[in-house]
Design a protein around this ligand. Structure first.
Ligand code: FAD
Length: 498
């Protein structure tokens, strides 16, 4: 049995702690906030309840595996249902595209019906290609710790595979190669923002994100994603994990042999055989382990969110809606220059779960991409101008036909600066952004240079978002192995099959 400290109780920290507790290690999660979940959190006010972070659940196999291996199935803990319909995409020219939940065939048919035969066929071709990339990338890169760039190139070991993956193509270029219709180009490019990246720099391989959504489904958790957070917390407790809120770690202690423990903000030292860091890799290597030779990559974007109570709600909209701007490219030009987007694409999520709003009202969550907080070239100082920017977002929404301003009964704003309490100080949601195909291999690794110190969570391999964060927990738990001394498997067998 090893004494393991997990620094940070976000989704990744809780997931790895539950897995390690079930492997009979002595595990403590030290979380600086007085609540667990990190970005996976709920905001409540004046009778309204919002998911303040994730609103969409995909690739449930990752969490099904976690819950099964640590006790009872996920479905015993949360109400899980397939989302139907899926997203309503509304474009600046007034046209729209209503997509079903997770089904590749029905998505292609919906595109054919609403945008035309050629567009439906092009979508089918893209998804065929995405499926081939997923089959190559999943076993070689996604569910394994990435050790070197060579591993990435092994994935594309023959000419056909190289042509399929097309590592020279960005997501933006992939969208142009596959679609003539600018609306489908925008729709595809939007997936770069699922990792806080620019579609012009993101690898074309990100076409696997819509493939995963359509193949493995879009899911809703009854009562919202906060229920998943609660289920993770109680699963940790059930396998004997010690959960310590309001406990900030300020340093990782180690000697020549490896990690020896952590230093707390109150000066106490907590000894440990193994430490798993769920904090952003930038904070780990910049503050908790400042003598390391880590070189930070480009930072991901953040998000600006408005949580609104709306009298009468928005019954004409779907649960998940995307309202595109006129000039999508310009949005990324603004973000790269560290400027809030003047005409942002707006994600609108209607929280329709019972009890999420007072009678006759609805909780509505708006989210736009935003530069991270700070002083750098691609950052913005979010300590001022917040109300003005919120007003701008609502005005843009009204220009797209959704006037909420005269019906707002509650408003809470969450800026990139607010996100600093659950991420690195700059509020970047996904840690490091993608920049080129090799950037997949350049993400901070799950194993640190200090023996016994591991990394889990959205700023590390394989990436951000709940599914990838859950996979990082699985990778790390497999590497650490069982308390009975059985060797960790060299190549973890992961929950996500092709
Ligand atoms: C607005 C928004 C919308 C999103 N939408 C989606 C979505 O729809 N679907 C999806 O799958 N994903 C979505 N995501 C991304 C997803 O929420 C994250 O990738 C995921 O929750 C990150 O989990 P993590 O394990 O990296 O931990 P984090 O949530 O980053 O948590 C890290 C934890 O470490 C703690 N910590 C930091 N430093 C210390 C320290 N020194 N000592 C002790 N504790 C410390 C923090 O307080 C925090 O609790 C969204 C995120 C945001 C913000």
């Amino acid at each position: 049995m090893a004494r393991i400290i997990v620094v940070g109780g976000g989704a990744g920290g809780l997931a790895v702690a539950a897995r390690l507790g079930a492997k009979r290690h002595e595990v403590s999660v030290l979380e600086r906030n007085d609540y667990f979940g990190g970005k996976l959190r709920v905001h409540e006010g004046d009778g309204y309840r919002f998911d303040a972070g994730p609103t969409l659940f995909t690739l449930p196999a990752v969490y099904r595996d976690l819950f099964l291996k640590t006790g009872k199935p996920l479905e015993d803990e949360v109400g899980l249902s397939e989302l139907e319909p899926g997203f309503w995409h509304r474009f600046a020219d007034g046209s729209g595209l209503q997509l079903p939940g997770g089904s590749a065939g029905r998505t292609a048919s919906a595109i054919t019906e609403q945008l035309g035969q050629e567009q439906g066929d092009q979508w089918r071709a893209l998804m065929r290609r995405a499926g081939e990339i997923w089959k190559l990338a999943r076993p070689e890169v996604i569910v394994k710790p990435v050790e070197s760039r060579r591993q990435l190139w092994r994935m594309a070991r023959n000419g056909k595979a190289v042509r399929t993956v097309a590592p020279w193509r960005s997501l933006a270029s992939m969208s142009r190669a596959h679609f003539k219709d600018p609306r489908l180009r925008k729709l595809l490019q939007r997936y770069a923002t699922y990792s806080g990246s620019d579609p012009r720099n993101s690898p074309g391989a990100l076409i696997t994100i819509p493939y995963v959504e359509q193949t493995f489904g879009l899911w809703h958790i009854d009562g919202g994603l906060g229920e998943l957070r609660d289920a993770l917390v109680s699963r940790c407790e059930r396998v004997g994990v010690e959960l310590r809120p309001s406990t900030e770690v300020v340093g990782i202690r180690h000697d020549e042999q490896g990690v020896t423990g952590v230093k707390l903000a109150d000066g106490r030292i907590e000894p440990a055989d193994i430490v798993v860091a769920n904090v952003d890799a930038l904070d780990l290597y910049g503050q908790l382990l400042p003598d390391s030779s880590f070189r930070a990559g480009p930072r991901s974007y953040s998000g600006f969110a408005l949580m609104l109570g709306i009298k009468g709600g928005c019954p004409d909209l779907q649960r998940h809606n995307v309202l595109y701007s006129q000039d999508y490219r310009q949005e990324f030009v603004s973000l790269a220059a560290g400027r809030p987007i003047a005409d942002p694409t707006i994600y609108l999520h209607r929280v329709t779960d019972p009890g999420a709003a007072p009678a006759g009202h609805e909780a509505v969550f708006l989210l736009v991409n935003a530069p991270r907080h700070g002083q750098g070239r691609d950052a913005w100082d979010w300590s001022t101008g917040v109300d003005e920017y919120a007003a701008l977002v609502l005005a843009r929404l009204a220009e797209r036909g959704i006037e909420l301003r005269d019906r707002i009964s509650y408003q809470h704003i969450q800026t990139p600066l607010d996100l600093a309490s659950v991420s690195a100080a700059d509020g970047a949601i996904y840690g490091q952004a993608f920049k080129g195909a090799a950037s997949i291999a350049k993400r901070p690794k799950n194993v640190s240079p200090v023996p016994g110190l591991f990394l889990v969570g959205g700023s590390t391999h394989p990436g951000g978002g709940l599914p990838m964060v859950g996979i990082s927990a699985e990778i790390v738990a497999e590497m650490i192995g069982r308390a009975d001394g059985r060797k960790p498997s060299e190549s973890p067998s992961c929950s996500v099959k092709s």
